[in-house]
Design a protein around this ligand. Structure first.
Ligand code: MD3
Ligand code: FE
Length: 224
């Protein structure tokens, strides 16, 4: 059984902006926005992971993250016992992070403009891999130089429960299920809200099996 919105999507070249859910003044979930681009996204990601494999990093507190990560683009997010930061090179290999595949950057730009953030040119793409049992505790993203740019995230694979809090850690977060192909865009006054991901569990994904991949696009460095 197909919904009429899905039938309508078949006739469009870029469907999938099908529904937009606002979760904050400047935060939107674009349901299924990336669904018709999953093959290109996975191909691009495969090249990234071949050059810079997923690894488990250690936080400044000395804990090993349950989420494995890698990066592509001019800058990549890393953590070790000395702190969180963006680097131009992969600390494991010493080589620059792999280039951001154009297919990935394109979806991020289109999603940003759909959510009313024009001219988004990400210089960093963090690739997070969640396996059942992985979680991401409540935190703010504060390692970027310029909070003016939005953040775009693409969810692939297993459904996860995203926690979207307020400006203080103590603000009770709302729970937002993120499914394969969903894209979220955050900016403006929502940029510094606390957020996290509940422990991954549930059904394997037809596309990716027992994992969830999240691509997070940011402008981490200086604007040119
Ligand atoms: C909400 N990743 O890597 S999407 C992260 O699903 C991170 O892997 C999550 O939080 C994930 O830092 C969530 C990205 C995200 C990034 C920045 C935000 C969500 C945000 C800033 C404000 C509110
Ligand atoms: Fe975050």
């Amino acid at each position: 059984m197909m919904r009429s919105s899905e039938l309508a999507a078949l006739g469009r070249s870029r469907p999938a902006s099908t529904s937009i859910e606002r979760i904050g003044p400047r935060a939107s979930v674009l349901r299924a926005f990336a669904l018709d681009r999953v093959d290109e996204l996975l191909a691009g990601m495969g090249r990234v992971v071949a050059a810079a494999p997923f690894r488990y990093m250690v936080t400044p507190g000395g804990f090993t993250m349950s989420v494995a990560l890698t990066n592509c683009g001019a800058l990549g997010w890393t953590t070790d016992e000395r702190g969180y930061r963006y680097t131009t090179n992969d600390p494991e290999s010493g080589r620059p992070w792999p280039q951001m595949p154009e297919a990935l950057a394109r979806v991020a730009r289109e999603a940003a403009s759909e959510a009313m953030f024009d001219n988004f040119e990400p210089d960093a793409c963090l690739v997070n891999r969640y396996l059942p049992g992985s979680r991401l505790g409540l935190h703010q993203d504060k390692d970027e130089r310029d909070y003016g740019a939005p953040i775009v995230s693409i969810s692939l694979g297993m459904t996860a429960t995203f926690l979207f809090g307020g400006p203080r850690r103590s603000d009770r977060p709302m729970k937002v299920p993120l499914q394969h192909g969903d894209v979220v865009v955050w900016g403006g006054e929502d940029r510094l809200r606390y957020h996290g991901v509940l422990t991954l569990k549930g059904e394997p994904s037809p596309a990716l099996g027992n994992q969830r991949i999240n691509l997070t696009f940011r402008r981490a460095g200086q604007r040119n």
